[in-house]
Design a protein. Sequence first.
Length: 298
Amino acid sequence: MPSFQHEALLQLFRNRPRLAPELLRDALHQPLPEFTDARVESAELTDIQPAEYRADLVVLLLDDAAVLGIVIEAQLSRDDAKAYAWPAYVANLRARIRCPVCLLVIATDPQVARWAATPIELGGGQRFAPYVLSPHAVPQVTDSMQALEDPELAVFSAMSHGRTAPLDTSVRIAVAAIAACASLDANRSGLYVDLVLSSISDAARRVLQAMDPANYEYQSEFARRYISLGKAEGRTEGRTEGKVEGKAELLIRLATLKFGPLSEEVQQQVRARVSEELDTMAERLLSAATVEQLLDSK
């Protein structure tokens, strides 16, 4: 089932479709056709088959006409059923857009990345192999100018290395990503800062807490509260409430990006849910067609 991390990761590519070809070219060193534009395409990949095929995201590269389709799958864990679905995604999209198609798997765990990279035997000597982006292949964006030019990549860098990189590097990645959010609209800025803070280690967060808060006035209100709660390390109850509050605020931001601005009443309903209810709503977010379906507690 889709999770906060799964949906937030895909949101980076929705907000900046060019991130997909950039990673294919720069991180995986794959040649790409000349293109002038990249856009998000329908992820419904069912053709005439009775089974329904829906990928996580599809990005289409264009140069007057379509030149390459990129099916993006955010894979947080092993799922052996994907060996049957992934080739169908590519074949059905290729038939629909009449141009080459590739599959890009974003794996947040090295073991999952190794599993996803195993070629799929199709029969008759045919094999299918997706492109797999493992965490170590994601660039470590520590330069503020590079982060400013590509905020989504900077946030993705924090999500990939925030807990595994050396402390100094992790902090530099987080600072660069947070600084890059200053120039974004309120929704993206708030969401991205929250993602960065939730992706780094406790030690890195403590280093950020020791910095001058005046340098981070552009953070979301939740981000400021999150840091304040973190400073009271002895207050277990405060930290627990902060985590639940964080889930609620992140869910509100993701739902806003999907459905448009939420009423104050709806936002309060989300904030009133307990942690387990928020997890269930997060799983429902991808399939929910309306806000009402998202809020449905049945």
